[in-house]
Design a protein around this ligand. Structure first.
Ligand code: DQA
Length: 145
């Protein structure tokens, strides 16, 4: 099983960026955590980050073409991107949405997600552990019932 782990804008700044909200881990730490978990689960991962909406759209399309599942932290595009919503809908990928912070406990502009209606599930508020939970959920979702 192949899982694309996609990260949206400003997540390259993790570690330095509002550590009180997002924690001290860097994106490289999260990548290492995901690689270790994927290995345990027997899954392959493609770990990527971009500050550009179009990159995320293209990567969703690529995941669809490769029959990969998607774990995505769309960051601020969660709350703004119809393009990302349409890409996920078109690619028909199995997707889990993850956020480090609990977006529902924050500003009201973070309460709405264009991604959530298309997700298998949403994990938020558990920091970097959410990525591990998301990988486990996707592997379980792909296993024969
Ligand atoms: C985030 C939450 C978003 O509202 C925010 O724009 C981010 C990070 C999170 O992981 O908590 O950039 O997705």
């Amino acid at each position: 099983q192949l899982i694309f782990v996609l990260n949206g804008p400003n997540l390259n700044m993790l570690g330095k960026r509002e550590p009180g909200i997002y924690g001290a881990s860097t994106l490289s730490d999260i990548e290492a955590l995901c690689r270790a978990e994927a290995e345990k689960l027997g899954a392959g991962i493609e770990f990527r980050q971009s500050n550009h909406e179009g990159d995320l759209v293209s990567w969703i399309q690529e995941a669809g073409e490769k029959n990969a599942a998607v774990l995505i932290n769309p960051a601020a595009y969660t709350h703004t991107s119809i393009a990302l919503h349409d890409a996920i809908r078109a690619a028909a990928v199995t997707l889990v949405e993850v956020h480090l912070s609990n977006i529902h406990a924050r500003e009201s502009f973070r309460h709405h997600s264009y991604v959530s209606p298309l997700a298998k599930g949403v994990i938020c508020g558990f920091g970097v552990d959410g990525y591990v939970m998301g990988l486990r959920a996707l592997v379980k979702a792909a296993a024969p019932q």
